[in-house]
Design a protein around this ligand. Structure first.
Ligand code: ATP
Length: 358
């Protein structure tokens, strides 16, 4: 039995279909990240799971039970929002215990649960303060504490870190990962931050325009993107995409004479004459020579940006561009002609007509 199952969920606002048939089944303990750009329907889906919005059709099952029509507070879920929604006049202790207080949980039991959560979140010393006396990160911990004490079957997070500054975001991300590894509660987490998705998720659903474009482990999403959209969305700098065509069993990059061998794994899929998009990650490219010993692309260096751990190097290849993340000691200069080499395994091929991988 799945901990959470979403069956062909659709949602329309008037004549606009915001969710166009979403299917997901989560095992207990999974950490699912809904990843996608603004407006793709992530929050709508989360709100439908929470019971804050109603699906136009389809079903949501929590622990094998359909929760359609079930009030949010009876769904055995707890939600953490981007705006922490704490009660400013109540102490941290009462904020964390508020849900339990509403359910008439006796004070001693409540106190025990609050202290347990506070200990997990390392905010025991703050229990007597009011939210106004806390930093952003501490407030977010309180909001998480309030969800924790309910011991729900599923945690729902809606961009919980987006109000924090970069450093704190990173700390809280690690904290969330630690908490999940400890508690192993099923999580659905909405973000548009691909690093958050890659680091936290056991699986990522990349959403686009009301649909799931790809559902897979972070490793699958990164290494085997199913579509050009996914390939471009995950990874920074993003995957290089070169226009090319299949000619006599080779890949001819548009606008230059260079040809690459067509890897055997694509031989049956991409037919002669077919236009293709060649995908290759910036970190798969190295400086090398056009000796023919390994696949190589002739380039002219255009922009070199040292970020500290690497040099993000953008080069021209005909009228197209290629970005390589090179080690800081690589000697490259604007205007230089050289070759980027790579392992054949790193090459991805997409059909520009459908956007899908071959
Ligand atoms: N109550 C509503 N009435 C009408 N349209 C809505 C309503 N709520 C959401 N939408 C629309 O549905 C689409 C999906 O919105 P949703 O908030 O789910 O996207 P999102 O992926 O979470 O985006 P963001 O990252 O910006 O929050 C958007 O086009 C939005 O304008």
């Amino acid at each position: 039995m799945s901990a959470l199952e979403i069956r062909d969920v659709r949602k329309s606002y008037g004549s606009v279909e915001t969710l166009k048939g979403i299917d997901i089944a989560l095992e207990s303990g999974e950490f699912l990240v809904l990843l996608g750009s603004s407006g793709c329907g992530k929050s709508t889906l989360l709100n439908i799971i929470a019971g804050l919005a109603e699906a136009t059709s389809g079903d949501v099952l929590i622990g094998g039970r359909s929760v359609l029509g079930v009030h949010p507070k009876n769904r055995d879920i707890a939600m953490v929002f981007q705006s922490y929604a704490l009660y400013p006049n109540l102490t941290v202790h009462r904020n964390i215990g508020f849900g339990l207080e509403m359910r008439k949980v006796p004070a001693t039991e409540r106190d025990k649960a609050v202290r347990e959560a506070a200990k997990l979140l390392q905010i025991e010393s703050l229990l007597d303060r009011k939210p106004g006396q806390l930093s952003g990160g501490q407030r977010q911990r309180v909001a998480i504490g309030r969800a924790l004490v309910r011991k729900p079957q599923v945690f729902l997070f809606d961009e919980p870190l987006s109000n924090l500054d970069a450093k704190l975001r990173l700390e809280m991300r690690t904290e969330l990962k630690r908490l999940h590894e400890m508690l192993r509660t099923t999580v659905v987490y909405v973000t548009h931050d691909q690093i958050e998705a890659m680091t936290l998720a056991s699986r990522i659903a990349v959403m686009r325009d009301g649909r799931i474009e790809q559902l897979g482990t972070p490793e699958e999403i990164y290494n085997q993107p199913a579509t050009l959209y996914v390939a471009g969305f995950v990874g920074a700098p993003s995957m290089n995409m070169l226009e090319a065509a299949v000619e006599d069993g080779k890949l001819k990059i548009t606008g230059i004479d260079a040809r690459l061998a067509l890897p055997a794994r694509f031989a049956g899929a991409a037919s002669n004459g077919a236009k293709v998009v060649v995908g290759i990650r910036p970190e798969a490219l190295r400086l090398g020579t056009n000796s023919g010993a390994e696949p190589s692309l002739p380039v002219e260096i255009d922009v070199v940006e040292l970020t500290g751990p690497e040099q993000v190097t953008t080069a021209r290849i005909g009228a197209q561009r290629l970005t390589a993340t090179l080690p800081p000691q690589a000697r490259v200069a604007k205007g230089e002609r050289c070759a980027f080499v790579f392992d054949e395994d790193a090459l991805r091929l997409f059909d520009p007509a459908t956007g899908k991988t071959f």
